[in-house]
Design a protein around this ligand. Structure first.
Ligand code: SF4
Length: 349
């Protein structure tokens, strides 16, 4: 899978590095001083990930935990994300990573102790002023949280950390069915695995190289049986002529695997792009039906459907969820302005 594995020289005897080297005996190993010196220094086209992928193993420098953008999660609680990886083995054709780094190569950061220290520090500072609030931490802002968990091997580390941090929550965001490492852990109430789902035909045409809906639902079922808390993201929501029936079907299939009262939250996010990412989509996926959609530049400069269309789409899906028994306070809107209620707009339109 990896042609070259670049390793920061101070990590050459790190147990995780030794294990990864053993798993890829045919990869060439190159020692480097720092990931920053090599990763993305020469531009590598995004779609080259189909034929040639390298792996970087190193330590994350600088700020390790960052405040998440507004509307990232349930409102009223602060949200942070931590960075332990860059890039992803999947190829969703709307993925913002295609416009983010100069290379699709995978980077795994191994300094989990330092990341954990920063998580503890952030939680402590926040709780000093708000002792009654939960603080959320999200993994997988620049990667998929589970897809490479057998390689990166950090889940046990973060389960131990969050067992201690009872006033904090950890979200593992994924489209993967690679739950083997997760199943080795004892479920914790405050560690939530959240799956991004779309109707089956949209997964086929947009979430390239990801597990199909059926397999993701199976993984959810297995985790529910084993007592792992589950969150769901309907994100990105894309309009087509099967929009309403396909989301009705998706909710029905989901509720066959997990009852509505067991879903910790469902977030709804309509497809959106920065200008740069949209240009990458045009270049990388010129045949995609994403490009036939009518988008405008919206309030935050992102490219999306116009506001009435977004409100209509969010309202319709929210109504489907409510009709099928999902509690209102567990549905939230992702990356949208929060000062409106799509239900009201939906009733008006
Ligand atoms: S799973 Fe997420 S990170 Fe990976 S390609 Fe898809 S959108 Fe990007």
């Amino acid at each position: 899978m990896f042609e070259v594995i670049y390793v920061e020289e101070q990590l050459i005897d790190h147990p995780r590095v030794l294990e990864i080297k053993k798993k890829y005996p045919h990869s060439e190993i190159k020692l480097i001083n720092s990931i920053q010196d090599v990763f993305g220094r020469v531009k590598k086209p995004y779609l080259q990930k189909r034929f040639n992928l390298n792996l970087f193993l190193g330590e994350k420098k600088g700020q390790l935990v960052k405040l998440a953008p507004a509307a990232y999660g349930l409102t009223g609680e602060p949200h942070y994300y931590f960075i332990h990886a860059y890039n992803c083995i999947y190829e969703c054709n709307y993925c913002y990573l295609q416009g983010y780094f100069h290379s699709p190569d995978i980077v795994l950061f191994l300094n989990h102790d330092e990341i954990s220290q920063e998580i503890k520090q952030v939680a402590k500072s926040y709780h000093a002023d708000h002792p009654d609030k939960k603080v959320w931490f999200h993994a997988g802002e620049y990667s998929d949280s589970l897809a490479l968990s057998h390689l990166s091997g950090e889940l046990n580390h973060y389960f131990k950390l969050f067992k201690e941090l009872k006033d904090c929550k950890l979200e593992l965001r994924t489209k993967s069915i690679n739950i083997k490492e997760l199943l080795k852990e004892e479920p914790l109430e405050n560690v939530i695995t959240s799956f991004s789902l779309s109707p089956a035909h949209r997964i086929k045409s947009n979430d390239l190289k990801t597990p199909p809906l059926k397999a993701r639902l199976e993984a959810i079922g297995t985790l529910v049986e084993r007592g792992f808390p589950i969150g769901i993201h309907f994100d990105p929501i894309i309009y087509d002529d099967q929009f309403i029936p396909s989301y009705e079907e998706l909710v029905d299939l989901l509720l066959e695997k997990i009852s509505a009262d067991k879903i910790h939250y469902i977030s709804l996010g309509v497809v959106r792009f920065t200008k740069e990412v949209y240009q990458k989509v045009q270049k990388n996926y010129p045949e995609s039906d994403l490009l036939a959609q009518e988008f405008v530049r919206s309030f935050d400069n992102k490219i999306r459907y116009n506001r009435p269309m977004r409100l209509w789409m969010l309202g319709k899906i929210k109504q489907i969820l409510l009709d099928k028994g999902m509690a209102l306070d567990r549905i939230y809107l992702c990356m949208e302005d929060q000062d409106y209620d799509p239900m009201v707009i939906n009733h008006e339109s």
